[in-house]
Design a binder for this molecule. Structure first.
Ligand SMILES: [Fe+2]
Length: 307
């Protein structure tokens, strides 16, 4: 371990009930670079892991973890279970999205780029998602605490799986298409607004396609069936009708401004259309009608990818 990291771990053992701001300040002030984390990189992670995850330090309900994000890697939508405070420092450009979960319904509050070296505070109950939409691998350093001293800082983390319509709990990585053995509890009845449901479903599809292409994952579940079920959903008349309905009249419980919801929809639509355009071997030749021409709000796929 580098002397800088050793110093961090020593300091953590003396912390008593820090706040989220303390955790963020700690990570922000560290004289660390990605080179200090190289011993914990996990870019060789299996295709069925949504990103690499390697623990630097784990004790007394505090975790210091390095995450490795290959291009296209993306966490599921999740919280941090028992953790009461936390922060993330990114060592390259990533994407971050924040969600609101109220009365069994999930909505996207914001999604946008996170610059290299930025710090994201993680409050208890934050529902978010991180991913690497760029072309280069990126590392991030995660500090969580105040959790269960025996089960772990982020024990019982929740995953919002809109394709299955359920919230799952796990003690491990917050991955798409989580292995059944990693799900310790599940609760059905989850719904999302259309942009959030669409994006989450397509993110799952992208991960499943990667798993299917991996010879080491041949025995892993009914991946083909799941891909088929998602493709059927994407092209269903009912999905198209729902998209048109929610585009005309965003549904959110009345708390978010309509313009805000339209902005989220526009952003997710571009991301989803780009993703589906790259899956020609999996999908029918034309994009689903609610994403494509001649709709005047059609995403401009000729625009260069900002990442
Ligand atoms: Fe997180």
């Amino acid at each position: 371990m580098s002397p800088r990291l050793e110093q961090v771990v020593r300091e953590l053992t003396h912390w008593r009930e820090p706040s989220v701001a303390d955790a963020a300040e700690c990570l922000r002030g560290l004289p660390l670079s990605a080179e200090d984390l190289l011993a914990w990189t996990d870019f060789e992670h299996p295709s069925w892991h949504s990103y690499g995850r390697r623990m630097i330090h784990e004790a007394a309900g505090v975790e210091l973890v390095v995450m490795s994000w290959l291009p296209g890697d993306r966490s599921a939508i999740h919280d941090h279970g028992a953790a009461q405070w936390g922060a993330v420092r990114v060592f390259g450009p990533l994407e971050h999205a924040v969600f609101r979960w109220r009365a069994g319904r999930l909505s996207t509050i914001e999604r946008g780029p996170v610059a290299a070296d930025a710090v994201i505070p993680v409050a208890h109950g934050l529902v978010h998602q991180m991913g690497n939409p760029g072309r280069h691998p990126v590392l991030s350093l995660h500090l969580y605490g105040g959790g269960d001293a025996h089960a772990g800082a982020t024990a019982g983390a929740r995953i919002w799986d809109l394709h299955r319509g359920e919230v799952q709990r796990t003690d491990g990585g917050v991955f798409f298409g989580l292995d059944e053995r990693q799900i310790i509890e599940r609760e059905g009845g989850l719904e999302g607004d259309f942009p959030t449901t669409l994006r989450n479903t397509v993110d799952l599809l992208l991960r499943l396609v990667r798993i299917r292409a991996d010879p080491a994952a041949r025995s892993w579940g009914a991946v083909d069936d799941q891909i088929e079920s998602i493709v059927r959903w994407l092209y269903a008349d009912e999905t198209h009708a729902r998209a048109q309905r929610e585009l005309a009249e965003p549904v959110d419980g009345g708390e978010l401004a309509r313009e805000h919801l339209r902005g989220i929809w526009a952003g997710e639509r571009v991301a989803v259309a780009r993703a589906l355009a790259g899956l020609a071997d999996v999908l029918p030749p034309d994009l689903p009608g609610y994403l494509g021409w001649p709709d005047p709000t059609r995403p401009d796929l000729t625009r260069p990818d900002p990442t």
